[in-house]
Design a protein around this ligand. Structure first.
Ligand code: E4P
Length: 261
């Protein structure tokens, strides 16, 4: 699997040398509080027209620094507040790309991270047509994954940990260890479906709670991993050897799926 750092922490990115990096507003906030950065970011905030403008400016400032350190994509998120508004998501995504271009970074280096709601997926379909690549996040179900693939999005981030968290809260006595982990099962199903039907959308497992989950999904296209879990992996004997079986793409068109989960 291609390793992606789930962080805005520049020192961690230098240390782990990932191919890509993913950020979200909380990770950007943590990164913004780093020593030596406050003055510059305070200046950005002073020039901003409103809070959204300030948040985007800071995200792009940090994202630009990250993009000089990784060879691949940097994911920058459109505020989750806009998750149910296609037009607002489109406007923010285009403005983020314009900001990156002002920093000399082309759209081909950026993934606009958008929640996998119906409105978000519609926005992503349009953005992909405009040459703006998207990372569809907060993806918890097969139905969301199918809609993202049909919309031609560049990458999806199916979550592992939050699915497990929800199931554990609902069925506290159930055994969700190993292959019983519903988050792992969900990502595997999406991966096998995409590969079996020849979808080009990249599958990037996200929201990991421990290294065992990461190792179970080895072989997935990409895995986005926090610095603390990357540290644990580096220290452990576990290796990211392929656990997922690559599936030969079918030549016939995909069968309609029963979405009842
Ligand atoms: C990655 O893109 C996600 O933002 C991240 O993995 C979410 O992880 P969490 O469930 O720990 O918030």
């Amino acid at each position: 699997s291609t390793v992606v750092a789930d962080t805005g922490d520049i020192d961690a990115i230098r240390r782990f040398e990932p191919t890509d990096a993913t950020t979200n507003p909380s990770l950007i906030l943590q990164a913004a509080q780093r020593e030596g950065r406050r003055e510059r970011l305070a200046e950005i905030a002073r020039q901003a027209t409103d809070i959204d403008d300030a948040l985007d400016a800071v995200a792009v400032e940090i994202g630009s620094e990250i993009s000089s350190l990784v060879p691949g994509y940097v994911s920058t998120e459109v505020s989750a507040r806009l998750s149910f508004d296609t037009e607002a998501t489109l406007a923010r995504a285009r403005s983020l790309i314009e900001r990156y271009e002002r920093h000399g970074i082309g759209a081909e280096r950026i993934l606009i991270k958008i929640a996998s709601t119906w409105e978000g997926i519609r926005a992503a379909r349009q953005l992909e047509r405009e040459g703006i690549h998207c990372n569809l996040t907060l993806l918890f179900s097969f139905a969301q994954a199918q809609a993202c693939a049909d919309a031609g999005v560049t990458l999806v981030s199916p979550f592992v940990g939050r699915i497990l968290d929800w199931n554990k809260a609902k069925w506290p006595d159930a055994d969700f260890s190993g292959d019983n982990d519903p988050g792992i099962k969900s990502v595997r199903r999406i991966y096998e479906h995409y590969k079996g039907h020849g979808y080009k959308t990249i599958v990037m497992g996200a929201s990991f709670r421990n290294t065992a989950e990461i190792v179970s999904l080895a072989g997935c296209d990409r895995l986005t991993i926090s610095p603390s879990l990357l540290d644990e992996l580096a220290q452990s004997e576990d290796r990211l050897e392929r656990r997922l079986t690559p599936v030969d793409a079918e030549t016939s068109p995909p069968e309609p799926q029963d979405e009842a989960e």
